[in-house]
Design a protein around this ligand. Structure first.
Ligand SMILES: [Cu+2]
Length: 239
């Protein structure tokens, strides 16, 4: 029995390795920007697992936006992020059904341009978080992303100051997170210029910095009839 469960666990790991994904589209105010447009594209679709690494900011190579264009959107408008396993919209599970977990979004205002912003320091404000939606059916935020063709949406708070920002989407897959490192962080950053807005000064955290390997939202066994889940990082600020 022990041998069988080890074989099964290995098979699950091998299968999930085939099913990684990346952020591939940013929709700004309902308009599809096109594949990999305004996005800092990582070299592979592998997840980040070390929460103390600068890879947790905007994925591998993501501290520079050199060569990446910056889109325009008004404060108060909707942003949709769309993820896929492969460079395609085929109708297969967008992020693989085995990847159960949380979906979060942070924003950070750049001192000057988004393209030149490395995202380091206490600059990140959480604007969206979704986790375990239904304990009795064990429905996760990732299940909704899959049923929505890889998409999840949030509203840019209307009160944020105008300027250039990074939008950081994060999907935390918890299928092998019983020990740390194990939780898989899929991260994608978009560059936008926000127009309009107000003068709010929202709470901010550092990424890396805000997460610890021991956080209950990072080291967690989701296969034991989990009844509640607390995503890592601060509370959502909604403006
Ligand atoms: Cu994967």
């Amino acid at each position: 029995m022990k041998v069988l469960s080890t074989v099964l666990a290995t098979a699950v790991l091998a299968n999930s390795a085939m099913a990684h994904f990346t952020l591939q589209y940013a929709w700004l105010n309902g308009k599809d920007s096109g594949q990999n447009t305004y996005l800092r594209v990582p070299p592979t679709n592998n997840p980040v697992t070390d929460v103390t690494s600068t890879d947790i900011t905007c994925n591998v190579g993501g501290t520079s936006g050199s060569g990446v264009a910056t889109g325009t959107i008004a404060a108060g408008q909707q942003v949709t992020l769309e993820w896929h396993q492969h460079a395609q919209r085929t109708g297969e599970d967008a992020i693989s059904g085995g990847h159960k977990g949380a979906v979060q979004v942070y924003i950070a205002k750049a001192p000057s341009t988004a393209a030149s912003f490395n995202g380091q320091g206490a600059v990140w404000t959480k604007v969206y978080s979704s986790g375990l939606l239904n304990p009795s059916s064990q429905q996760w935020a990732t299940d909704v992303v899959n049923s929505n063709g890889g998409k999840h949406s949030f509203t840019l708070p209307a009160s944020i100051p105008a300027g250039e920002y990074l939008i950081r989407g994060e999907i935390i897959a918890l299928h092998v997170s019983q020990t740390y490192p194990g939780a898989q962080f899929y991260i994608g950053c978009a560059q936008v210029k926000v127009t309009g807005g107000g003068s709010a000064n929202p709470p901010k955290v550092s990424l890396p910095g805000a997460y610890k390997g021991s956080d209950p939202g990072i080291t967690v066994n989701i296969y034991n009839n989990l009844q509640s889940y607390t995503a890592p990082g601060p509370a959502v600020w909604s403006g």
